[in-house]
Write a protein that binds this ligand. Sequence first.
Ligand SMILES: NC(=O)c1ccc[n+]([C@@H]2O[C@H](COP(=O)([O-])OP(=O)(O)OC[C@H]3O[C@@H](n4cnc5c(N)ncnc54)[C@H](OP(=O)(O)O)[C@@H]3O)[C@@H](O)[C@H]2O)c1
Length: 284
Amino acid sequence: MIVVTGATGGLGGATVEHLLKRMPADRIGVSVRDVSKAQHLADRGVRVRQGSYEDPAALRKSFAGAEQVLLVSGNDPSADLVSLHRNAIEAAVAAGVRRILYTSQQGAVPGNPYPPSALHVATEAILAESPVAWTALRNGAYGPLDQVLGPWQETGEIAQPADGPVPYTDRDDIAEATAVILTGDRTLDGPVDLTAPTAVTFADVAGIASALTGRPITRVVPGDEQWVADRIARGAPEQLARLLLSFYRASRANYFAEASPLLAELLGREPASVANRLAADITA
Ligand SMILES: NC(=O)c1ccc[n+]([C@@H]2O[C@H](COP(=O)([O-])OP(=O)(O)OC[C@H]3O[C@@H](n4cnc5c(N)ncnc54)[C@H](OP(=O)(O)O)[C@@H]3O)[C@@H](O)[C@H]2O)c1
């Protein structure tokens, strides 16, 4: 059995959908905080058990019988996520799980100024010390492009802080590749990068958008503090604006610059590119 946590969230939910295409539902389990949100999976024959990273006993029950667990990283920046991930890893070990896959992040190395990196570095270290086999899926940035780029179709501008190359990746491609790994016989040990095959800057994206739309889309680079002030004025919490800014600072320092061919290999096709995804956004 394969048990997926975070299955009522975006990446975990999409991974379960891809698993359902590859294996019988009764060999899939989910460990979720709120079982009522997973009724659609129970209806299709998936084993649904309650499991929250705060509750080791419940996690052990929700992982029982699993050969592999996909541990989706938590999303609450105010929580002690490393301790919560430790709870989940220890519960998986206690339940006799053979392999843990963990959703890490591209560029999860010491020194990366994007704060979630430290969380992933620490969780990978716990996995490395654990007695089970593990794979850290260092996923590329997969936010929706309209959120990443801002309202460029209306304004004709991509106005974001100075940046560096990033292989912006489609979340559903990562979910499909995760299901391929979970169901396949290719052994991936330790950290692996799952990213789109090409890293691009916002200047590149402006060029792609200009070509797709046939009108000039300009790359505008506000100063960091001006950009933060603009975001706050438009209603964003300052903490979130500064978190995003730290992502751009990390990209400038090339922490996300290296794209990997592994995602394409696992999918057996080209992953969605920024050009494909922009074209879909334009026609949507
Ligand atoms: N690489 C990237 O670009 C990127 C972008 C965003 C996030 N991330 C990271 O990747 C994770 C998955 O991304 P996503 O898009 O699927 O995010 P998401 O839709 O917010 O899903 C996060 C999932 O984690 C579950 N969760 C959070 N805290 C938990 C806890 N204490 N115990 C048990 N489950 C808990 C949530 O449960 P509920 O459904 O009950 O809320 C939810 O199902 C995020 O949580 C974040 O760590 C990566």
